[in-house]
Write a protein that binds this ligand. Structure first.
Ligand code: ADP
Length: 189
């Protein structure tokens, strides 16, 4: 109702189960910025059995990252389309090379990231949340693999943004509304 359109380019980081998708949806409703989730895009591609979906499925089922060129291609398309005027990225970038690729894509368009927010949640709580969610890749083995991928590949990306002075961290334990307020307070700053 109060929806307004904000031009903002932001990335939500955080381990699997941290609530990035929930928060991106809430923020999209609030600010009208398109929420782009590579996980959702990939699941749609798998469901539609597109060539990309067929290539991605095995990696997703094992909790591994889908190869960079596939996800970077998806993001490139969106950045030239509805996300040209701003976006809230959820699940991308997920490693340093994806972060560098995003930086190059934005540079080509003469724009840059406004915010990178990392949502922090203790591991025990993450596992409980994912087991409760019941997505097909939310079984114990896959969850363990995804947490390990996060530690090995995504945590260094947090460092990459921290070193560049753009990373803001929020506590991801609390009600979705509370967490949303914490994230939005960084966007206002
Ligand atoms: P979660 O954050 O709970 O792990 P996502 O929906 O973001 O869930 O991702 C689900 C799966 O999709 C990942 O385990 C991975 O296989 C794949 N995926 C999503 N985004 C990326 C990405 N940026 N790079 C590589 N693989 C990705």
């Amino acid at each position: 109702m109060d929806e307004e359109t904000t031009v903002m380019r932001a990335v939500l980081l955080g381990p699997p189960g941290a609530g990035k998708g929930t928060q991106a949806d809430l923020i999209q409703k609030r600010l009208g910025v398109p929420h782009i989730s590579t996980g959702d895009l990939l699941r749609t591609a798998v469901g539609n059995r597109t060539e990309l979906g067929v290539r991605a499925k095995g990696f997703m089922d094992e909790g591994k990252l889908v190869p960079d060129d596939l996800v970077i291609g998806l993001i490139r398309e969106r950045l030239h389309d509805d996300a040209a005027e701003g976006f809230l990225l959820d699940g991308f970038p997920r490693n340093v090379s994806q972060g560098e690729a995003l930086g190059e894509l934005l540079e080509e368009s003469g724009v840059e990231l406004d915010h990178v927010v990392s949502i922090a949640v203790p591991v025990d709580e993450l596992v409980g949340r994912m087991l409760g969610r019941g997505r097909s890749d939310d079984n114990e083995d896959t969850i363990r693999a995804r947490l390990e991928v996060y530690r090995r590949e995504t945590a260094p990306l947090c460092e990459y943004y921290r070193e560049r002075g753009v990373l803001r961290e929020v506590d991801g334990v609390g009600s979705p509304q509370e967490i949303s307020r914490r994230i939005l307070s960084h966007f206002d700053a």
